[in-house]
Write a protein that binds this ligand. Structure first.
Ligand code: APR
Length: 231
């Protein structure tokens, strides 16, 4: 089966994970050198940890902000943004919180797991953009700590965000999964919506994943090389 070409599709959906940002120098979460190999999410990336020690959780997220802030979008991000400019029906649903899709010019990005560059006060019900590194001040005027607006482990995804993703996946004619291990739910469930609705499906990854057998095309190589091969 020949590799699908973007030019042959009208409603392309890019479903992206940490592997897309790896070439920008941002570590992935799993596998060798993964963030969760070095940091236990129970101490740094769940609500219980935040309640227990918000300063420690913020120190970890400030480190992430500093690291991500020093990185640039890579060719993979740029190709996706270019395809979106060329083909109006193109959408991006990402698990990434790094904001590199937006920095590469992509628009209407659906952020399933929130953003490193947004904070919220759960007492005042305020959500706002924030790009300060380190994050400052860490407390809202009400005295509560600002919380990174990120979907941490044990958190539910935002309902409206999920509904938007469902809509896009149900109506796409080409699904391109890029750099995700497919082990975190409910995000990993989403590609099945496109499969059920008859879309052509492509998985781009360096290696096989537990969901690889579900895809019609499995392109093995770096995100930027494999995306370039579909132009
Ligand atoms: N090009 C293509 N794929 C790559 C590259 C690359 N340059 N580098 C790594 N990969 C692949 C790996 O083989 C792996 O399958 O990217 C995947 C990254 O997997 P994870 O680290 O598990 O990241 P992701 O799937 O995005 O994690 C999902 O888990 O920790 C939570 O909320 C966090 O959004 C995250 C979610």
């Amino acid at each position: 089966m020949s590799t699908p070409r973007f030019a042959d599709f009208q409603r392309i959906l890019f479903f992206t994970g940490a592997g897309l940002s790896a070439e920008s120098g941002i570590p992935t979460y799993r596998g060798s050198g993964g963030i969760w190999a070095e940091y236990d999410y129970e101490d740094y990336a769940c609500q219980r940890a935040f309640v227990r020690d918000p300063e420690k959780v913020w120190d970890f997220h400030d480190k992430r902000r500093a690291a991500v802030g020093a990185c640039e979008p890579n060719d993979g991000h740029r190709i996706i943004a270019e395809v979106q400019r060329e083909r109006a029906g193109t959408s991006v649903v990402t698990q990434n919180i790094d904001g590199l899709h937006q920095r590469s010019g992509a628009t209407g990005v659906v952020e399933l797991h929130g953003s490193l560059w947004r904070v919220r006060c759960d007492r005042e019900h305020i959500v706002r953009d924030d790009t300060s590194v380190p994050m400052s001040p860490r407390k809202c005027s009400c005295g509560a700590y600002w919380r990174p607006d990120i979907v941490w482990f044990e958190d539910a995804l935002d309902q409206r965000t999920l509904e938007r993703a469902h809509e896009l996946l149900a109506s796409c004619d080409l699904l391109v999964s890029v750099g995700t291990s497919g082990v975190v739910y409910p995000a990993a469930e989403l590609p099945r919506i496109a499969m059920r609705s008859g879309a052509t499906t492509v998985e781009i990854n360096l290696d096989d994943t537990p969901v690889s057998p579900l895809y019609q095309h499995r392109l093995r190589g770096t995100a930027s090389d494999m995306l370039a091969s579909m132009r």
